[in-house]
Write a protein that binds this ligand. Structure first.
Ligand code: 9WO
Length: 250
C-alpha cells in the first residue's frame, strides 16, 4: 500500500514511521509512505500557504492552490471530477469518525492520500472539490491533521496482509471483534502481593479462552455499552451478560 501525506510539517512523521511495525512493513516493501511538504508547492514569491479569511475574523486559512498543486503533481493529473482516483482524505474535525470498521475499509485500497490541515482549517474548495473523503479521529482540538494521519496509517498498516506476524492476531483482537480487550498479565505470577488469575496459570486453553471472552464482555459492558450494543455476540455471551445483569455487576 502507498500512503501520500500532504503536510506543512513532514518532520513530524520522522519518529512514528521509523519504529516497530510500520518500519518493518516499509523495510519489507509492504508499505511506502511519501511525505509531501505543501509549502514546496506554494508558487508565489513568499511561498504563502495560508491567508486571511474572506469575511474577516481572526486566524488564517490554508490556501487551496498549494494543496491542490501538490496533489495534482503527486498524482500526475488533476483528480477533480475524475472517477479513477485513490481516496483523497482530508483530516478534519468535521469528518466521519475513524473506527476499526473505517480502518478495514481503507486497508482495501492500494493507495491513500492524506491531507493534513493546519491553522483554522483549509479552504472550503479543497474539501468540496478535491477531497473524496473527510475523517476525524475524535472531538478534541488539535494543532493539525498530522497526528490523526499517523493514527490512520498505524491502524491501516496493521491490517495489511503479512504485516503482523500472526495473521490471526487482528482477528483475535477483542477490539476487532467489537469488544474491549481482556486483561493482560505476564510474569511474575505474584507482584507486590497481587496474583495473576489462577485460570491463566492452569494451562487449560479452553478455560483461558472462556475467561478472556468473559472479561472482555464484562469490561465492555461496564465501560463501553455502546460497543457492546454493536458487538457480535454468541448465545453463551448473552447468557453471561444476563448473569452479570442479574448479579448487578458494576
Ligand atoms: C475544532 C473543533 C470543533 C469542534 C470539535 C472539535 C474540534 N477540533 C477542532 C480542531 O482541531 N481545529 C483545528 C485544528 C483547526 C484546523 C486544523 N486543526 C485540525 C484538527 N486539522 N485537522 C484536525 C483533526 C482533528 C481530529 N481529527 C482529524 C483531524
Amino acid at each position: 500500500m502507498q500512503f501520500d501525506i500532504f503536510t506543512l510539517f513532514p518532520e513530524m512523521f520522522d519518529g512514528p514511521f521509523d519504529a516497530s511495525i510500520i518500519r518493518r512493513a516499509r523495510e519489507a516493501g509492504q508499505v511506502t509512505i511519501a511525505l509531501h511538504n505543501i509549502r514546496d508547492y506554494a508558487t508565489d514569491r513568499h511561498h504563502m500557504t495560508d491567508d486571511t479569511p474572506y469575511g474577516g475574523g481572526g486566524g488564517m486559512v490554508m490556501k487551496p492552490e498549494p494543496i491542490w498543486n501538490a496533489v495534482e503533481s503527486v498524482l500526475g493529473f488533476d483528480p477533480a471530477g475524475r472517477a479513477d482516483v485513490p481516496p483523497i482524505i482530508l483530516l478534519t474535525p468535521q469528518g466521519r469518525l475513524f473506527t476499526q470498521t473505517v480502518a478495514r475499509e481503507l486497508a482495501a485500497h492500494e493507495r491513500l492520500l492524506l491531507i493534513c490541515g493546519r491553522y483554522e482549517g483549509v479552504d472550503e474548495r479543497v474539501r468540496q472539490y478535491l477531497a473524496t473523503d473527510e475523517i476525524s479521529i475524535g472531538d478534541y482540538v488539535l494543532s493539525g491533521g498530522e497526528i490523526p494521519a499517523m493514527v490512520i496509517v498505524d491502524a491501516v498498516v496493521r491490517l495489511l496482509p503479512g504485516v503482523l506476524g500472526d495473521p490471526g492476531a487482528t482477528v483475535n483482537d477483542s477490539h476487532a471483534s467489537g469488544l474491549l480487550e481482556y486483561p493482560h498479565y505476564t510474569r511474575p505470577a505474584v507482584y507486590r502481593g497481587h496474583p495473576v488469575p489462577q485460570v491463566l496459570l492452569s494451562g487449560h486453553h479452553a478455560e483461558v479462552d472462556r475467561w478472556r471472552r468473559r472479561e472482555a464482555l464484562r469490561r465492555t459492558r461496564l465501560r463501553r455499552p455502546d460497543l457492546l450494543a454493536r458487538a457480535r455476540l454468541s448465545q453463551a455471551d448473552r447468557e453471561f451478560l444476563a448473569q452479570l445483569d442479574a448479579e448487578g455487576d458494576e
